[in-house]
Design a protein around this ligand. Structure first.
Ligand code: XMP
Length: 319
């Protein structure tokens, strides 16, 4: 794409001009925005960039390994894998209120990021994958009615606290332009087209108390579900798809035994921007086959339901 190539060159020039020979820290989540930001910065300034990947233990199957393999091994970036699952899951132990979960995760995220970032010598800048809609949204939110449905966590306020200046190379772009830029930078299509994943991760897909056992079951069920969606060629038609593990166990039969395991809910929605959404109209064949696979392949689940709530009145996530 000619326009994106020109944009990329211009963005690289601007980054070099802004940071000079200073060091830059970038929070990498593995999502599209932070990944494109990191790769763009890496092209511009190479080893002057260190990425910090906060692993809260609430990621999907193989997610942490995939991120490390791609950025550290493939792109040769300086990457700190902040494996803090113990800390996050410890603080979340016994917590079931959704907003409390979000606050704990948001607070720890900032603490952990700050701890690792402060160990990076000579850092003067913090890179963020802020998009144009984020810029607009934060403006209209501060002037508009203060209705918070769910507190979104980010590292807001951190740059000032740490005395870092911001680098935001995606500030003028919309999501589809970020994807085009990612393509231009050679990021794999499978990465660029990934569904959004919330900052609090699996915590908000595990209503009620979070346990390691439930997270493990959830990861396996989610992996089977996404595999089904990809195999049926539906992934790109869907805005977001995931499994939520329900805080209830139900009775079932398997072979000649009685089971007493968790129920789960499949979620899949279409959407333009995540603000409104419709449930995805899977065929009954797809749903039946997927339920059978999950129950056969995922120990700990014996009942599968499909969530047909649109947004509004529901939200996309379960918490
Ligand atoms: P809801 O559940 O509010 O989600 O309909 C709308 C979109 O936002 C994502 N989401 C989050 N993203 N931090 C994030 O970065 C969060 O705390 C958060 N909560 C929800 C959600 O996955 C969906 O794409």
């Amino acid at each position: 794409d000619w326009t994106m190539d020109a944009y990329k060159e211009e963005a690289i020039r601007a980054i070099r001009a802004q940071v000079g020979d200073a060091h830059v820290i970038c929070g990498l989540s593995g999502g599209v925005d932070s990944s494109v930001t990191a790769v763009l910065l890496h092209e511009a300034i190479g080893d002057q960039l260190t990425c910090v990947f906060v692993d809260h233990g609430l990621l999907r199957q193989n997610e942490a390994e995939d991120v490390v393999r791609m950025f550290r091994d493939h792109y040769n970036m300086k990457l700190i894998h902040a494996d803090e699952a113990e800390l996050f899951l410890g603080e979340l132990d016994g917590v079931s209120d959704p907003e409390t979960k979000r606050k704990i995760i948001g607070r720890l995220f900032v603490d952990v990021f700050q701890k690792y970032a402060s160990e990076i010598e000579g850092a003067a800048f913090l890179a963020q994958g802020t998009l144009y809609p984020d810029v607009i949204e934060s403006v209209s939110f501060s002037g508009g009615p203060s209705v918070t449905i769910k507190s979104h966590h980010n590292v807001g306020g951190l740059p000032e606290k740490m005395g870092l200046k911001l680098v935001e190379p995606l500030r003028e772009l919309f999501k589809d332009e970020v994807r085009a830029l990612g393509h231009e930078l050679g990021l794999p299509a499978s990465f660029i087209g990934r569904h959004p994943f919330p900052g609090p991760g699996l915590a908000i897909r595990c209503p009620g108390e979070i346990t390691r056992e439930k997270l493990e079951i959830l990861r396996k069920a989610d992996a089977v579900y996404i595999d089904q969606i990809r195999k049926h060629g539906l992934y790109d038609e869907i805005w977001q798809a995931f499994v939520a593990i329900l805080p209830v166990r139900t009775v079932g039969v398997m072979g000649d035994g009685r089971t007493y395991d968790y129920a789960c809910a499949l979620r899949a929605v279409t959407s333009v921007d995540g603000m409104t959404a419709d449930y995805y109209p899977f065929s009954h064949e797809f749903l039946g086959e997927t339920a059978t696979r999950i129950i056969n392949e995922v120990p700990g689940i014996n009942r599968v339901t499909y969530d047909i709530t649109s947004k509004p009145p529901g939200t996309i996530e379960w918490e």
